[in-house]
Design a protein around this ligand. Structure first.
Ligand SMILES: Nc1ncnc2c1ncn2[C@@H]1O[C@H](COP(=O)(O)OP(=O)(O)OP(=O)(O)O)[C@@H](O)[C@H]1O
Ligand SMILES: [Mg+2]
Length: 469
């Protein structure tokens, strides 16, 4: 059935020679990204003996099957076929394996051939936020806000590069010395970035922001302590009452998650247009147009920037515009949109506090080459943005909403801000976990009239009274 199958299973030496020939096949899908060290390094899980058996079985398998034939079958059929052949090899070679060991061997070999090799077990876990591969022998993960090194390793940088290549090829891109930086997405929606040598000095660096199968909602954020029930209600009101929001936060602080949660409260009848570098948002409304930027092709043409998308949005009769991440001159266009009747537009910005968020916007506008006086830019910001929601990852790994801050207006040359809702750190418990509390400052929001217009003033008054200091 599989072409080379009639070849007798050879001795280890013959197999090694055949293997050397077959490595040329590596880059096509399915790929024979030889597994070896991937399991070898998992000292706790599989001992040296198993690693050797795996390598020898893998080599025999490669000598026996034709990967081209596998490419024509679906994954389930390939897994079944591999299972049968591996069982046969184990029998013929008289290898001593328990049923569990045999099963794990088959799974790992299938992962190498069909999937993302050593990364497969990590991709299958839903408790991991990020997978960070720094060259073949260092794979870090982030769980519960804490980054830790795993014992997973690739055989070498070539195997890692093959896997990176396979990921980006699936979305019609390529990564090599000529174009060593690439953004992509896995089939499940996880966001991927690859940067290859020579830019990455110690081997390819692969970063995966894992897609959460269980979408985080404000209720879940409440149960994690990210926000209090009253604070969650405030965000719900902000989302519903078409208030212009910027979500500010550091890397991985939960900005996109929060944006997703707030968009939940957009009325189902509204026409929403989203612009992202890699589509991550999962809006539940029916009337949504999703747009994605495009990098230049190999000839350096065809790029579509975030700015192009935001500008184009304005011609698409949007009611709200949502920009996944504002990082450049598109800030100006988003402000324009917010100022010209697209109330309830939103975006995220990398900044460590609301004040810094304002200066980041100013800088981004300056990057666009506008020679506007600083005061004019600030007036533009003060007129456009109603609220800044600040997300933070604290030193104990927990994620918190630390501020809901209102942009009130201008005083002289300065944009005035007022905090409506804050997280106050009170100390640490015995386990080193930060202890604190969320509270309203008691200040009446400037957007009160708008909330009243949407009939939510009672809700607002209730939550503010409940936890004001
Ligand atoms: N409040 C939270 N509690 C626990 N995990 C969270 C919370 N918010 C977000 N996460 C998880 O943290 C990871 C990072 O979240 P998210 O993508 O929203 O961050 P980000 O600030 O947008 O990151 P980036 O700067 O890379 O765009 C995700 O895996 C997400 O599921
Ligand atoms: Mg994000």
């Amino acid at each position: 059935m599989f072409g080379k199958r009639n070849t007798p299973i050879g001795t280890s030496k013959e197999v090694a020679a055949q293997k050397a020939e077959s490595t040329a096949v590596v880059a096509v899908a399915p790929t024979a990204a030889a597994p070896a060290a991937q399991t070898g390094a998992r000292s706790g899980e599989m001992d040296q003996r198993l690693t050797e058996i795996k390598l020898s079985v893998f080599n025999d398998l490669m000598a026996t099957v034709d990967l081209g034939e596998f490419a024509k079958l679906d994954h389930k059929a390939v897994r079944e076929a591999i299972g049968e052949i591996v069982a046969e090899i184990i029998n013929m070679r008289n290898l001593m394996l328990s049923a569990a060991e045999q099963q794990s061997l088959i799974t790992e070999i299938c992962n190498d051939i069909l999937g993302l090799g050593p990364l497969e077990p990590l991709l299958a876990r839903d408790d991991i936020a990020d997978i960070m591969v720094n060259g073949y022998n260092k794979v870090y993960i982030e769980t519960n806000g804490i980054i830790q090194l795993t014992d997973i390793k690739f055989r070498d940088n070539q195997q890692l590069m093959n896997i990176c290549q396979r990921i980006v090829q699936a979305v019609g891109r390529r990564v090599d010395e000529a174009s060593p930086i690439c953004d992509a997405r896995l089939a499940d929606g996880s966001r991927v970035n690859v940067i290859a040598p020579p830019l990455a000095i110690d081997g390819p660096a692969l970063t995966i922001r894992k897609f959460k199968r269980d979408r985080l909602t404000l209720d879940k954020l409440m149960s994690f302590g990210t926000i209090s029930p009253a604070g969650a209600k405030l965000l719900e009101i902000i989302g519903h009452c078409r208030i212009n929001v910027i979500i500010s936060g550091g890397t991985g602080s939960g900005k996109t998650t929060l944006l997703n949660c707030i968009t939940n409260y957009i009325d189902r009848g509204e026409r929403v247009i989203t612009c992202e570098d890699a589509a991550e948002l999962q809006l539940q409304q029916p009337h949504v147009v999703r747009l994605e930027t495009r990098p230049p092709n190999l000839e350096g043409v065809g790029q579509v920037t975030m700015r192009d998308l935001v500008r184009n949005c304005l011609r698409m009769r949007p009611e709200r515009i949502i920009v996944g991440e504002v990082r450049g001159p598109e800030a100006f266009d988003l402000l324009q949109a917010m100022n010209t009747g697209h109330d309830g537009s939103m975006g995220t910005i990398h900044a460590n506090n609301p004040r810094e968020c304002i200066s980041r916007i100013e800088n981004m506008i300056a990057m666009g080459g506008y020679s506007l006086p600083a005061k004019t830019v600030r007036e533009q910001i003060a007129g456009a943005v109603n609220v800044i929601v600040q997300a933070s990852r604290l030193r104990d790994g927990s994620r918190k909403i630390t501020h809901v801050t209102e942009v009130v207006g201008m005083e002289g040359d300065v944009v005035t801000l007022q905090d409506l809702f804050l997280y106050e750190i009170q100390g640490e418990d015995a386990q080193g976990k930060i202890v604190g509390r969320h509270r309203f400052t008691g200040l009446r929001p400037g957007f009160y009239d708008r909330v009243r217009y949407f009939g939510k003033e009672r809700d607002l008054a209730e939550i503010m009274e409940s936890t004001s200091a």
